[in-house]
Design a protein around this ligand. Structure first.
Ligand SMILES: Cc1ncc(COP(=O)(O)O)c(C=O)c1O
Length: 436
């Protein structure tokens, strides 16, 4: 590929940042690491002038479109008229919580954070503070941010899916102390027996089960209604908190998030991403009695931070939530996602590729397998290598996505006006080349 400016930038960046990037996941190799010049609607333009229709959307926060004027103007007004932060409360704090409560009946009280990671840390600490227990269970294939305790995973890369040995549990990388694993257990989505065993073995010290019911980090593989209801019931019976991590699903798969789709409420919920259409805002909240364990009184759960509820974040959230509550943006996104799935389904069928879709239309998981994976281990037996080759070809043709089938296709409102004929054409060509 002809990319002289990006090659020059990466060479220069190597002198200043590890791997030449600002965070690990942006390094796509010496020939593929992107430097973006601008973004608008559903499109990105790289520093060599190539434009992409983007389904990656910055790992999911863009729900309306890049540089949405309605949100950007609200932020500009806020920072020019009032300021960015003062370290004190503002009326906007209350307004945004009220907006969230109007969309999410699972929220009675809430606190803000700056990232999904911070929101999860706040929710987990609150669950432990409220229950006075220590243990946390998480689900294989999920991702809950970059803090040590949540950075343990099942090693599917070196696991034989046809053998009888369980995958080993490994840290995401170096620098994660073994001790941080002691209080975390990994369970399997949709497995009743594993869940019941968890409560049998750890029930007395289980502070919370934390999960994404629609796994935004494992191709939108989803909990069944029955399993999630069972989880809700056993948590309630055993006094453990159910924490639903809606960092990816919140204000995206429905205005009320995954909990609206299932009709099941968590005790605590985390939000980020779509809440601010790309501005860094996050939150955790839930039952008032549980959230009231947070506070500066003796024995209270500690929560705070210099940038918490800063006015850039809150004005973006206020504008985004107002649009999601009062326009057809999410309906448009669902209709667009359905159209895209139908087009891709036609392309896969014409090429004779076994395929299935997982998750809701706003966050489409695509798996090259006959049946929809029911958990992360099932994903391992999908043809993810073909998917990866297909994805790289799409990127060459100007369709941006994560070249890993564990990352869903994110749809934003601006995709409604994309060229769907072009999509069918490039998908057909990319798949033909990927098959070889
Ligand atoms: C479900 C989920 N929780 C938490 C996080 C962490 O969020 P952040 O990257 O904003 O720290 C992510 C990030 O992708 C996520 O997908």
């Amino acid at each position: 590929m002809n990319r002289p400016e990006q090659t020059r930038l990466l060479k220069e960046a190597h002198r200043h940042m590890p791997q030449g990037v600002a965070e690990n996941y942006r390094y796509w190799g010496e020939d593929r690491t992107l430097f973006i010049k601008s973004a608008k609607g559903c499109e990105l333009t790289d520093c060599d002038g190539k434009t992409y229709v983007d389904f990656r959307l910055g790992y999911g926060p863009i729900i309306l479109g890049y540089r949405d004027d309605r949100v950007d103007q609200a932020v500009i007004r806020q920072i020019t008229d009032i300021g960015t932060l003062s370290g004190f409360s503002t009326p906007l704090d209350i307004k945004v919580v009220q907006q969230v409560k109007a969309l999410c009946p699972n929220i009675q009280k809430m606190r803000f954070a700056n990232s999904g990671t911070e929101a999860v840390m706040g929710a987990v600490r609150t669950a432990r503070g409220f229950t006075k227990r220590k243990h946390i269970a998480i689900v294989e294939g999920s991702f809950h941010g970059l803090y040590d305790e949540m950075m343990w995973k099942s090693d599917l890369e070196s696991w034989d899916p046809h053998g009888s040995i369980q995958p080993s549990i490994i840290p995401f990388g170096a620098g994660i102390p073994d001790k941080t694993r002691d209080l975390v257990t990994l369970i399997r989505l949709n497995d009743f027996e594993v869940l019941d065993n968890l409560f049998r073995m750890k029930g007395d010290d289980l502070a919370a089960v934390l999960l994404e019911p629609i796994i935004g980090n494992a191709g939108s593989i989803s909990a069944t209604q029955e399993w999630l209801q069972h989880l809700r019931d056993v948590c309630s019976r055993n006094g453990a908190m159910l924490i639903i991590d809606e960092v990816k699903t919140g204000f995206r798969v429905a205005a009320g998030g995954a909990q609206h789709l299932y009709g099941i409420h968590a005790d605590l919920t985390t939000y980020a991403k779509a809440m601010g259409n790309g501005y860094p805002v996050a939150a955790f909240g839930g039952r008032a009695d549980v959230m009231d364990s947070v506070g500066s009184f003796k024995g209270g759960v500690v929560h705070g931070g210099t940038y918490t509820a800063n006015l850039v974040a809150l004005s973006a959230a206020a504008a985004t939530l107002d649009i999601l509550a009062h326009t057809d943006a999410l309906k448009t996104i669902d209709a667009t996602g359905e159209k895209i799935s139908a087009i891709l389904g036609r392309v896969f069928t014409a090429a004779g590729i076994e395929h299935c879709f997982a998750g809701p239309p706003a966050m489409i998981g695509i798996h090259f397998s006959k049946t929809v994976p029911q958990n992360y281990r099932d994903w391992r037996v999908t043809d993810s290598e073909l998917y990866e080759r297909f994805a790289w070809k799409l990127i060459e043709y100007g369709l941006m996505l994560e070249p890993d089938s564990r990352e869903p296709w994110f749809i934003c409102e601006a995709h409604a006006s994309m060229d769907f004929g072009w999509l069918e054409d490039v998908a057909t060509r990319a798949l033909k080349e990927a098959k070889g």
